[in-house]
Design a protein around this ligand. Sequence first.
Ligand code: NAD
Ligand code: AHE
Ligand code: ZN
Length: 378
Amino acid sequence: TAGKAITCKAAVALAPKQPLSIETIIVDPPKAGEVRVRVIANALCHTDVYTWEGSDPEGLFPCILGHEAGAIVESVGEGVSSVKPGDHVVPCYTPQCNEPDCIFCRSPKTNLCPRIRGTQGKGLMPDGTTRFKRADGTPLYHFMGCSTFSEYTVLAAISCAKVHTAAPLEKMCLLGCGVSTGWGAVWNTCKVENGASVAVFGCGAVGLSVIQAAKLSGASRIIAIDLNPQKFTAARAFGATDFVNPKDIEGPIQQHIIKMTQWGVDYSFDCTGNTEVMRAALECAHRGWGTSCVIGVAASGKEISTRPFQLVTGRKWVGTAFGGWKSRSDVPKLVERYLDGELEVDAYITHTFKGVGATNDAFEALHGGDCLRAVVVY
Ligand code: NAD
Ligand code: AHE
Ligand code: ZN
């Protein structure tokens, strides 16, 4: 098939909030610096739902959503030597160009390589065009440099993390976003230390992976906060020690957490995307040194606020994208740690579906309240 267009099935987002249209699309061959992959499995992340709902200022329609996947390289474009047909890859929305002139890739302080960010945010491949069209020839936008709700997709080679073939791609898809993000927020962004106290707002897959990583870092107290008490079972299993449902308490949640801990927590994490929750998370951080990390993605137009006094008195407000992991160097290492039995991933998968045509069912499952990750195996 190399060099030829492929006809395959995809779940197409034609407009916000409309069920995805399961249809046959045409996927063009990869151009220079690009890779065409066969998607093996795809997990839904809340960010897919958020964009589908029309909440992302960069959301473009019609498009192919999806960014948490495991895939196998089908063909490569001119000049690509980092991967070859048959390689197993995890597509990563944060690329890593590793060019000598990329001050971001050179710096140990960040993973935010900007090489293709401009076109990625416009739903296009790096050359400013799309590789997808509907059967009638209408072009389709890409999404987050991944667009994995399709049996085949085209990625920039710098977005492909090559992983060990022994690792099951129907599990490793989770390392393409949510679970890696929570781990990295704890280990890279905040560097939570032994004995620390932690508050986690929102116990979906992202919040739970924060809890899992905090426990592995030796946190002494891990407070899980969620409006849905069903989430506390998994939170406990991953290492949370305290559980708070904001619906069950009097007054603001930040005051409640401060009462529980005397001065607040050493680290707090927003894993909800709600800007009021982000404020509460900052304000329950410890006087003098508490750090609060924004992970959740807020809807278009939303802004955060707090009294500057909260920062003057020593709290820090930070944020993370993909947990600070440098995608092509770090994701393969996380996969190795999974293979070594060091990092649990399977427990996040609460629902499994078969075929890209089931993507709408997976969306429904994610809305159900008892779902952490729904994986669609293609
Ligand atoms: P999810 O929907 O599975 O989980 C969110 C959880 O928050 C749910 O359990 C929900 O009940 C809970 N919640 C909602 N409102 C709450 C409130 N007011 N107080 C307490 N709990 C509340 O989502 P997810 O896939 O785990 O993603 C979490 C967030 O992280 C989303 O905003 C997503 O877009 C974002 N995200 C960011 C990154 C990043 O790199 N920064 C990566 C992945 C996901
Ligand atoms: N496009 C949006 C924001 C979306 C956003 O913040 N995305 C997160 C990843 S969410 C993964 O599930 C992110 O890391 N962004 C960094 C980046 O470069 O996109 C907007 O507000 O415009
Ligand atoms: Zn995501």
